[in-house]
Design a protein around this ligand. Structure first.
Ligand code: DP6
Length: 325
């Protein structure tokens, strides 16, 4: 059977960094994120007795680095479905992958739903989120839509994402400033493994439950200023871990630092905009939707910014009849 899914990327307001169980991909802490309306992966999976081997085509064949992880994920789903048919999988992003735009989140979310349906399984949203997590941790947050929380859990069955507010809850936006289309040198997957070597990791993990509680309260109250201040501090704290883990990871480029400083300057001049960033050089500017044009105008004047993608809170992973093959 053939099935196609569309999945959003998501931007974490509190980050998943470090794992308490590498095998099961159980995160060091719970995290809170927003699904993105305009960073999408579409994936078609078909299992068929006519296929002699698995055929995986990601972004027209340009992204072969993930093929092994994709086949491992398909094997997992085949095992659950009790089938051993080979698969064809075609997947396309509508944005550059491997630059810090969370392509593995949308990629593994779309793959999970398409493969589950293609294998003839009927699973709950929770079960699909659990499965997606095992492909790529952040992918579990792309299954439900809107504002989501990934509950860290102590077992595989208790580590999954739930919606905490629907996408129309709060009119905020994520304006992505692409600093470079270059792929990052060290993937998040590898980076996670050394998180606990930072001397600051234990303190971070101890403080996370309180931080997550506060961020949920600020989203509920729609207190944009306090929310923005908190997510920006959190992004910098997360980078304090990557910078001090062993070996250290420096994801920023000069353009990234310049933009972080400019955002703080624009704020001092009265434009309410904050930043967050993941394991890459690109910056996610967070503002209220009414300020998107002002933010875009500022960014358009900078030669360091190569492209701009505007997102609002998006829907979760869904099926479509428009197959890619
Ligand atoms: C910095 O989900 O890409 O974006 O589980 O190894 O696939 P794997 O890692 P991944 O890590 C994302 C890390 C982050 C923070 C976040 O999205 O929470």
């Amino acid at each position: 059977m053939k099935a196609t899914a569309i999945a959003p990327s998501n931007i974490a307001f509190t980050k998943y960094w470090g794992r308490k169980d590498e095998q099961l991909r159980l995160p060091a802490n719970s995290s809170i994120a927003m699904c993105l309306s305009n960073l999408l992966t579409t994936t078609t999976v078909e299992f068929s007795p006519t296929f002699k081997k698995d055929q995986i085509i990601i972004n027209g064949g340009k992204d072969s680095g993930e093929v092994e992880r994709v086949i491992k994920h398909l094997d997992h789903i085949r095992k659950i479905a009790g089938i051993n048919l080979k698969a064809k999988m075609v997947s396309n992003n509508n944005f550059p992958s491997g630059t810090g735009l969370a392509s593995s989140a949308s990629g593994f979310a779309a793959l999970t739903l398409a493969a589950v349906k293609g294998a003839g399984l009927t699973l709950s949203e929770k079960q699909i989120s659990i499965l997606a997590r095992q492909g790529s941790g952040s992918a579990c947050r792309s299954i439900p839509g809107g504002f989501v929380e990934w509950l860290d859990g102590d077992t595989s069955d208790t580590s999954y994402a739930i919606q905490i507010f629907p996408s129309n809850w709060w009119k905020i936006a994520n304006v992505v400033a692409i600093i470079s289309q270059k792929r990052k040198e060290v993937s998040s997957s590898i980076g996670h493994q050394a998180a606990y070597s930072s001397p600051f990791m234990a303190t971070r993990v101890a403080n996370m439950p309180e931080k997550n509680k506060l961020i949920k309260k600020l989203i509920k109250e729609k207190d944009f200023k306090k929310f923005g201040e908190l997510i920006e501090r959190e992004a910098l704290e997360f980078h304090a871990i990557t910078l001090t883990q062993n070996p250290s990871l420096i994801y920023w480029t000069p353009g990234t630092v310049l933009l972080m400083k400019l955002i703080q300057k624009w704020r001092n001049e009265g434009l309410l905009v904050y930043f967050t960033l993941d394991t890459g050089q690109d910056i996610h500017l967070i503002c209220e939707q009414k300020n998107v044009n002002k933010v875009k105008t500022k960014l358009k004047n900078l030669e360091e910014v190569k492209d701009i993608i505007v997102n609002t809170p998006g829907e979760g992973t869904r099926l479509t009849r428009e197959h890619l093959f």
